[in-house]
Design a protein around this ligand. Structure first.
Ligand SMILES: [Zn+2]
Length: 238
């Protein structure tokens, strides 16, 4: 099939070739990093809702003006408006081949709203890429930060950035301690709350058949390779 026929003749009722990819993952799962890497490999833009809202604010379009009051108040932008912003972003030339959504949908309602938007455009979410990392691994990644007592609070982490002498600041030699926010119990409790809506999103895409689960406890390059493979498999099937 030539490129021209593909563009002019999407099969009746089926999806077009626009690859809509959704990244799903807990804080600390490496979703942002992998989203950037996938964007580079696939030649698709990776967009977070934060980026989209900032762009909408710069843009004095009706859509930009509808987002502005929420951003300025610091309140949540309603799902219908967020979905409109994404729909608008999909019309940009660089998104003609597809888009990687990093950080949306965050809830089941948002996932359903995105499906509806796609259906209106005879598209569908090609793959929801879930980077699966166990809770205790996330706790280890996100917690455990140690800071010293200096006003600058030099910070260390047992993984990746340990102090030269355990429990002592490399810079000023003062004792290191964990802040309440970084203690495992606090991190675990916070994560449990944050993960509940994410699991609903995972469940949603499991139901639609778009879910691709990638083990997130592997080396970062291997996670990227598996993500690319998952997208290629889904594209071949579409
Ligand atoms: Zn220090």
């Amino acid at each position: 099939m030539t490129h021209a026929t593909r563009v002019t003749a999407p099969r009746g009722g089926s999806t077009t070739e626009t690859r809509i990819l959704v990244m799903v993952g807990a804080p600390g799962a490496g979703k942002g990093t992998q989203s950037q890497r996938l964007a580079a490999r696939l030649g698709l833009p990776s967009v977070s809702t934060g980026d989209l809202f900032r762009a909408a604010l710069r843009d004095d379009s009706p859509l930009g003006r509808s987002v502005r009051p929420y951003i300025e108040r610091g309140s949540l932008v309603p799902d219908e408006i967020t979905v409109q912003v994404i729909a608008d972003r999909l019309t940009q030339p660089d998104a003609a081949a597809g888009i990687i959504l990093d950080g949306f949908p965050r809830t089941r309602a948002q996932a359903a709203a995105l499906d509806e938007l796609c259906a209106e455009r005879r598209m569908s979410v090609l793959a929801a890429l879930y980077i699966d990392v166990e809770l205790e691994e996330l706790v280890a990644r996100l917690g455990g930060r140690q800071v010293c007592g200096a006003p600058e609070s030099h910070s260390f982490h047992p993984r990746g950035n340990p102090p030269r002498v355990a429990g002592r600041c490399d810079v000023d030699g003062t004792a290191l301690h964990e802040r309440e926010d970084d203690k495992p119990a606090t991190v675990r409790a916070r994560l449990r709350e944050q993960l509940a809506p994410m699991y609903e999103v995972v469940d949603h895409y499991n139901g639609t058949g778009a879910l691709c689960t990638i083990a997130g406890d592997q080396p970062i390059d291997e996670v990227t390779r598996e993500l690319v493979r998952a997208v290629e498999r889904r594209s071949a099937r579409a």
